[in-house]
Design a protein around this ligand. Structure first.
Ligand code: GDP
Length: 173
């Protein structure tokens, strides 16, 4: 008998206020580098990454809103068909923290309930930060969602997010 490898494709959208590190996160994960001056492209922007977890193959399609968080009409097309979602906020931006439930609702309105995680980014700036780890922990508890604390800059805990989304995909779908 011939066994064929089959790959599970997952469309992942990364949402959250501007400048929290969404593009940097996708770039870091897919290309392995961090740059301070990542130039935004206008229009559809997504990167792919293949991962293998315990002999299961996954292809993650990571969609970035390309700095057009404000333009509803454009972002609608990014949401279409999403199976997983990462909501990013940052230690140094309290507005981004306040906006998390709004982003969550927006995703629910567009695509229904999908596998969603929260990410507190810029942990390298946590000293004296506006958003504390406790704030984030409490929010995650309230929203009943898994929380990752990352520094895309220092490449801390970034891969874990994507491994988790792939691993939990089966249970969720
Ligand atoms: P986006 O608008 O959410 O896509 O955010 P960007 O990826 O464009 O990042 C906004 C700024 O934050 C850029 O200058 C990044 O270099 C910076 N940045 C992203 N992640 C981190 C991080 O973990 N730590 C620090 N200190 N800066 C970060």
């Amino acid at each position: 008998m011939i066994e064929e490898d089959f790959e599970v494709c997952i469309k992942v959208i990364i949402v959250g206020n501007g400048a929290v590190g969404k593009s940097s996160m996708i770039q870091r994960y897919c290309k392995g580098f961090f740059t301070k001056n990542y130039k935004k492209t206008i229009g559809v922007d997504f990167l792919e990454k293949e991962i293998e977890i315990e002999e299961d193959l996954f292809r993650l399609m990571l969609w970035d809103t390309a700095g057009q968080e404000e333009y509803d009409a454009i972002t609608k097309s990014y949401y279409r068909g999403a199976q997983a979602c990462i909501i990013v906020f940052s230690t140094v931006d309290s507005d981004s923290f306040e906006a998390v439930p709004i982003w969550n609702q927006k995703v629910i309105d567009e695509v229904g309930h999908v596998n969603t995680v929260l990410v507190l980014n810029k942990m390298d700036l946590i000293r004296g930060a506006l958003v504390t780890e406790l704030d984030a922990d409490n929010l995650a508890k309230k929203m009943n969602m898994k929380l990752f604390k990352t520094s895309v800059k220092n490449n801390e805990n970034v891969n874990d997010i994507f491994t988790y989304l792939a691993q939990s995909h089966m249970q969720f779908s």
